[in-house]
Design a protein. Structure first.
Length: 72
């Protein structure tokens, strides 16, 4: 597949890439995202600070992050 941030050339390339990832999972070659425990809270706080939305929308997003994302 293409590098990070790059697009697939066509639908077939994307399909083949997906098949390869599924094969990795079946054959225990996949590295779990949780193995490194990505720190999402600092990134999400930065993201929230960049939004140009009504304060009630920001509070709603913060509530969702606090309940659904940050605990994991």
């Amino acid at each position: 597949g293409p590098g990070p941030g790059e697009r697939f050339r066509d639908e077939n390339e994307a399909y083949e890439y997906g098949l390869d990832r599924e094969s990795d999972v079946r054959n225990l070659r996949q590295v779990s995202r949780h193995s490194g425990r990505i720190a999402t809270k600092p990134g999400s706080l930065t993201w929230l600070s960049t939004l140009d939305l009504d304060p009630t929308s920001i509070n709603h997003y913060r509530k969702i992050l606090r309940a659904q994302i940050w605990p994991h």
